[in-house]
Design a protein around this ligand. Structure first.
Ligand code: CTP
Length: 131
């Protein structure tokens, strides 16, 4: 049975850990919707803008064969609304978020998938800075 899966993230400096979670999220249901956090939301969370612009991050995500829909996440407070608007059956997040989205179980199933080890956007930025 096909289920609508939703996931959220910044997906800045796109890397293989992002590919792996999106590929596995799609396999959980057959239709994958990605909420990509806006430049403004990232600035408010981290006091810096992503390296790749919102428009470029959206373009990269939209070009993946296992991503069916992309929308912009403007506010962390609207998770429940985004999930309901997308008619999502399942929310998937990496296990760095384990437990953090359990309140969304009121709206859909919630599953945390194991992160790909040894890679993150933060780490890539640090490595590049140090070269
Ligand atoms: N993710 C993953 N494996 C990694 C890195 C990220 O499964 N090695 C997942 C996260 O758990 C999340 C999604 O990819 O569900 C988007 O994560 P994001 O925060 O955009 O990427 P990070 O590389 O974790 O970025 P940062 O270092 O800035 O936190």
């Amino acid at each position: 049975m096909s289920r609508r899966v939703i996931t959220f993230g910044t997906f800045d400096v796109f890397h293989v850990g992002h590919i792996n979670i999106l590929e596995r999220a799609r396999k959980e249901g057959g239709y994958l919707i990605v909420g990509v956090s806006s430049d403004a939301l990232n600035f408010s969370k981290k006091q810096r803008y992503p390296i790749y612009s919102q428009a470029d991050r959206i373009k990269i995500l939209e070009s993946l064969r296992f991503v069916d829909e992309v929308f912009v996440e403007e506010s962390l407070e609207l998770k429940a609304e985004y999930i309901q608007d997308a008619k999502a059956d399942l929310l998937v997040m990496g296990d760095d978020w384990a437990g953090k989205f359990d309140e969304m179980k009121a709206y859909c199933d919630v599953k945390y998938l194991t992160r790909t080890p040894s890679i993150s956007t933060t780490e890539i930025i640090e490595v590049v800075k140090s070269i």
